[in-house]
Design a protein around this ligand. Structure first.
Ligand SMILES: Nc1nc2c(ncn2[C@@H]2O[C@H](COP(=O)(O)OP(=O)(O)O)[C@@H](O)[C@H]2O)c(=O)[nH]1
Ligand SMILES: [Mg+2]
Length: 372
């Protein structure tokens, strides 16, 4: 899952490491009695030297006034002397020029991975800001600095709108009604079956309601899942009113003490007025607790665009990205929440009923950066 993107992110780390290594001072200042490499530099710029401690923080050279303030660290362009000193004291100073090329490569890598443009820009901005701005913190290696900058930048976009799905179910008045939307063939019906199983594993009962009254064979397909899982299915004849089916599902759940109603709908494009009007009617008649947008991770940029279009046309509460098992780019997983302001709640990771994984931004970021 997302292997292509993982490789590209680790490429950024090594690019920065290479650049920073290449510009590190040749000689390591030691702070010994002998004037170190940095000191001769310092002599050329007394004003700067005066504001600095001697390299390595040892007793200062008598020619340098060590009482000078140490608050020079806000200077945006570290001199070679500062760099040398930072190096000796275990700090790393990254200059804009060290980042220029790696950031450009990172941007290309993100865009190639189907990360949406505004999301890629946001990631670059925060990486740049944290690497330049906070580089004077004590960190052990350049690699670590890159890693923490990337970690924070990715989490910032991936975790937008995140909420605890299970807690939401637990706290809501029962039955909780969830309606699934999205285009054809992305895995809505399969995800409903998987979610029913996920809920059962956590002690919640559910009933399936087939609001896909449009497509021939839809009743049979979902009936097969319901049979296999031993769930009740509410369905009407093909051509019926989806809002009425889901309404019946809610009535059934209320009468039978069922916790959750999972309402399927026919695949649609956000541009299909008739079908979007159906969704509005479902909203009006059933007033679902959540509307989840389903799309496939492998659709990349298309999935991101559709998520935005659906959310604009009929507001969603969250998304499920299916077929993540077949997606190496990871672009949709990174972009959907930032672009819609609504969280990804689950990833579909295969065709089995257990192949549904709660979407955890922190875990995803760690896996993308190979921290697991
Ligand atoms: N590999 C993989 N296939 C999936 C996943 N989710 C759904 N599918 C497959 O995608 C196809 C379409 O699924 P379906 O639920 O009928 O899509 P719908 O038209 O949106 O209801 C089926 O063959 C599913 O088995 C997933 O997470 N991974
Ligand atoms: Mg379906």
């Amino acid at each position: 899952m997302f292997d292509g993107l993982k490789d590209k992110l680790s490429g950024f780390r090594s690019d920065v490491e290479e650049n920073v290594d290449a510009t590190e001072p040749d000689e390591e200042p030691t702070g010994d009695a002998e004037p170190a490499a940095g000191s001769s530099e310092a002599a050329e710029d007394p004003s700067e030297a005066a504001a600095e401690e001697s390299p390595g923080g040892a007793e200062s050279d008598s020619t340098v006034d060590s009482s000078g303030d140490e608050g020079d660290e806000a200077d945006d362009e570290p001199s070679t002397f500062q760099r040398a000193k930072a190096f000796a004291t275990g700090r790393i100073i990254i200059e804009e020029e060290d980042l220029e090329q790696p950031l450009w490569e990172l941007e290309m890598a993100l865009l190639e991975s189907d990360v949406e443009m505004s999301v890629a820009e946001r990631i670059l901005d925060s990486v740049r800001e944290s690497m330049l701005g906070e580089s004077r913190k004590q960190v052990e290696t350049t690699g670590e600095l890159v890693e923490s900058a990337l970690h924070d930048a990715l989490l910032d976009v991936i975790a937008v709108g995140q909420f605890d799905f299970e807690e939401r179910i637990a706290d809501a008045e029962k039955p909780v009604t969830i309606v699934f939307t999205g285009v054809n063939g992305v895995g809505k019906t399969t995800s409903i079956a998987k979610l029913s199983e996920w809920l059962a594993d956590r002690g919640y009962s559910s009933v399936l309601a087939n609001g896909d009254t449009y497509r021939a064979g839809a009743n049979e397909q979902i009936a097969e899942h319901a049979d296999r899982l031993g769930r009740e299915l509410i369905s009407h004849d093909q051509g019926g009113d989806p809002a009425a089916v889901i309404y019946d599902g809610v009535e059934y759940a209320a009468a039978n003490d069922i916790d959750v109603v999972l309402g399927d709908t026919a695949g649609r494009l956000h541009t299909s007025d008739d079908l979007m009007a159906q969704l509005e009617k479902i909203d009006r008649v059933v007033d679902p607790d959540m509307t989840l947008f389903v799309d496939e991770a492998v659709a990349g940029q298309d999935a991101v665009n559709r998520a935005k279009e659906f959310n604009d046309a009929a507001e969603i509460d969250g998304a499920i990205l299916t077929k993540a098992d077949a997606d190496s780019s990871g672009g949709a997983a990174i972009s959907v929440a930032y672009v819609t302001g609504k969280p990804i709640l689950f990833l579909g990771t295969g065709q089995g009923y257990d192949d549904l994984t709660l979407f955890e931004p922190e875990a995803l970021v760690e896996s993308l950066l190979g921290e697991e």
